[in-house]
Design a protein around this ligand. Structure first.
Ligand code: IMP
Ligand code: MG
Length: 192
């Protein structure tokens, strides 16, 4: 991997910068303010981090919050990808009773929405008083209308992105900026 501020090359694919780390920081700070305001009367906010993509975003976002938080990490159960043979993502979700508690799921990116819809369905078993979703990025042109996004950092066109936790074949998560790939999204999804 060869990376500069403006471009990065991963496995022979060229990406160019979409969002600088400075711009990302500003977006995360704004989301932190919005979320803190929304939950200002809540005793504890239960944050669910979807591993691995949302880890970088989540660790920056929680430091922008003025509400006390508890963290929960959820990993897709299949180690070789996040989709089973039915095309549905699978998760290892601990059994919890969250009655009366407020839960906020953090995602790096909502693409079609399949992942977050399935995860939200499964988290309903926690019986939380509220269950909301916050995503750094969303692609509204391809996202299912069934996704209800309470907090969104930025909407982007349906381009493939990498960096700031998001990967291209497990590469590029550590990049501080977010880069976009120069291929049409109707080509095969190479990250699944
Ligand atoms: P969805 O189920 O189609 O919404 O896809 C959601 C998941 O796929 C995200 O949480 C990401 O992990 C991954 N994903 C979708 N689009 C991209 C992308 O452009 N770059 C990297 N990962 C992506
Ligand atoms: Mg993800």
């Amino acid at each position: 991997m060869i990376a500069s501020e403006t471009s990065v090359r991963i496995n022979g694919h060229e990406f160019t910068q979409l969002l600088s780390s400075t711009k990302i920081r500003r977006i995360v700070q704004r989301m932190g303010r919005e979320i803190s305001e929304h939950y200002k009367d809540v005793k504890t906010l239960h944050i669910v981090v979807v591993l691995s993509g949302a880890a970088v975003f989540a660790m920056d976002l929680i430091r922008e919050l003025s509400v006390p938080c508890r963290l929960h990490f959820i990993r897709a159960s299949s180690y070789s990808g996040t989709m089973n043979s039915n095309g549905q993502p699978e998760f290892d979700i601990p059994e919890m009773d969250m009655q009366g508690e407020h839960v906020l799921v953090l995602e790096d990116l909502i693409d079609t929405g399949t992942t977050i819809i399935e995860l939200t369905k499964r988290l309903k078993t926690w019986r939380a008083a509220s269950l909301r979703i916050a995503a750094l990025l969303a692609k509204p042109e391809v996202m299912s209308t069934d996704v209800s996004l309470a907090f969104c950092g930025l909407t982007i066109p349906p381009v493939f992105v990498v960096g700031y936790g998001m990967d291209f074949g497990e590469m590029g998560r550590e990049l501080p900026h977010i880069y976009q790939l120069h291929i049409a999204m109707n080509e095969e999804k190479q990250w699944e």
